[in-house]
Design a protein around this ligand. Structure first.
Ligand code: FRU
Length: 500
């Protein structure tokens, strides 16, 4: 091991597995005061392998208690991704309040959807005797990641919906008893990458601009052709009648949910209190997931984010994301400067070090389309990751080409063997991430959440987000701001005090 790419420290406020490999979040459900988090887990290795569901619970979405593995492979196959619901009315026959988990059985190919039941608040699970409960249609080799949700029809009746990723399409099913599922429709991404297999569907309804009007959001993972290469999460806004999803006319465009390289398999919590819709994603990219620096664990989830829908300047509906309020409550302000000059801001920032930093930066440019704004995070003598706004192109930029830690080029077993000090994280995904243009702005506001191995940038009211892994060199824990042709309206930094 050299000090060019150190083993990553545990994040301050992001979830990691206790040991071994983690990918997708699974079975997210809020029940009896607890946020349940299951996840794709290979406990015996730092690379993907026979999948289990790991398990953790939290009361604040930040501090997690690890619990024993919830689901392990059986004679039908390994346990791929899926979802969990609480059967309040007991329609499945396990009594009111039973927790039901739906997952994909995988053995050489996907073998259908399985069901498991928990009667002890998600601690232990019993697989259904009739598994798999739903077989793939003839010809479907990929048939995975069941997302189950309760649908309340405006006319009164209630039924259950399952969305399954099936190669290039998503398949919809309905059921009254959560056991027998009837196909109702399919959805294909009109702008889809021809080669990409779809995965991890997600479907929910959100209020528009926090008002009474609502719209549905259909989300899915795309294995290739992501916004920065490799995998990425897409969404489309529309209507859903409990059987079919119809993109709305003006909003039919399928968009990236996150413009960084590292945001995949996003899933939201079912039954979250207060009607909040909160999701989390695996911060990684299948293009290099097994080669990021690791020691005894590999895999990190995004910060849980509260979702909304907002109309943009041309009237189109955009998904918005912001870190949950729990994060704001679990932090200490380190500085909060209004209209400081650059020198004062730089001096104050120079005193700030560490991870778990929540930075808010509001900047006004002297004239539109000119100037320079760059916040270096994970800043140290030999490198930094640069977060900025390019007033010429109007793009939010995250540049990890000089972040420090490189990929492990040879050792899928996880040994750390950096490519080059200060090298790029990966040749597959570009190191310089750019969002779509926000449009020319005289003022810009960025919220940047910095943890030991990740940077999440929220711009444009959360309509533009970039999630990026970065592995700093030892001691690279500082912040530095550079600015030209602009003035700082506000610079605030808070240290997160509670977390994983
Ligand atoms: C997405 C995914 C899912 C699958 C799981 C396997 O990252 O490929 O489609 O169920 O991971 O671990």
């Amino acid at each position: 091991m050299t000090d060019a790419a150190p083993p990553p420290d545990r994040p301050v406020c992001h979830f990691t597995p206790p040991v071994g490999w983690m990918n997708d979040p699974n079975g997210l459900v809020h029940h009896a005061g607890e946020w349940h988090l299951y996840y794709q887990h290979h406990p015996d290795s730092l690379v993907w392998g026979p999948m289990h569901w790991g398990h953790a619970v939290s009361r604040d979405l930040l501090t997690w208690e690890h619990l024993p593995i919830a689901l392990a492979p059986d004679e039908h196959g390994t346990i791929f991704s899926g979802s969990a619901v609480v059967d309040r009315d007991g329609v499945a026959g396990y009594g009111p309040g039973a927790m039901l988990a739906f997952f994909t059985y995988h053995r050489e190919r996907d073998r259908g959807q399985g069901l498991a039941v928990s009667l002890d608040a998600g601690r232990t699970w019993t697989k259904h005797a009739g598994n798999p409960i739903l077989l793939p249609p003839v010809g479907d080799v990929d048939f995975r990641d069941p997302r189950v949700l309760r649908y309340q029809d405006p006319a009164g009746p209630v039924w259950w919906v399952m969305v399954v990723a099936a190669g290039r399409v998503l398949r919809f099913y309905r059921s009254d008893d959560l056991l027998v599922w009837t196909p109702t429709g399919t959805f294909a991404d009109p702008a889809g990458d021809d080669l990409a297999v779809l995965e991890t569907p997600e479907l929910f309804e959100l209020p528009i601009d926090d008002g009474a009007e609502r719209a549905w959001v259909l989300v899915f993972g795309q294995t290739t052709g992501g916004p920065q290469g490799g995998s990425g999460a897409r969404y489309v806004v529309g209507g859903f009648d409990g059987e079919r999803f119809t993109p709305s006319d003006g909003d039919a465009e399928v968009r990236w949910a996150d413009h960084g390289a590292d945001f995949y398999a996003a899933q939201s919590w079912t039954d979250s209190p207060d009607g909040r819709r909160i999701w989390v994603a695996w911060m990684n990219n299948w293009a290099y997931a097994e080669r990021i620096p690791a020691t005894t664990w590999r895999g990190v989830l995004s910060i849980p984010r509260e979702l909304g829908l907002a109309r943009d300047t041309v009237g189109q509906l955009r998904l918005t994301q912001r870190p949950v309020d729990e994060l704001t409550r679990a932090q200490q302000p380190l500085l909060d400067l209004r209209e400081p000059d650059l020198e004062t801001a730089q001096q104050q920032l120079a005193r700030v070090r560490g991870a778990g930093l929540d930075v808010t930066l509001e900047v006004e440019f002297a004239s539109e389309g000119e100037g320079h704004l760059e916040l270096a995070v994970h800043h140290g003598p030999a490198g930094a990751t640069r977060v900025g706004y390019d007033p010429v192109s109007g793009e939010v930029v995250v540049d990890r080409s000089r972040s420090g830690g490189a990929l492990d080029p040879v050792a899928p077993g996880g040994a750390l063997d950096p490519v080059a000090p200060g090298g790029a994280l990966d040749p597959v995904a570009p190191s310089r991430h750019r969002s779509p243009p926000l449009g020319r702005r005289a003022a810009v506001e960025l919220r940047v959440l910095v943890d030991t191995t990740s940077i999440e940038v929220f711009a444009d009211g959360g309509a533009v987000v970039l999630s990026v892994l970065a592995f700093p060199l030892p001691g690279a824990t500082g912040l530095r701001l550079d600015l030209d042709g602009a003035r700082i309206a506000r610079l605030a930094v808070a240290a997160v005090t509670a977390g994983a």
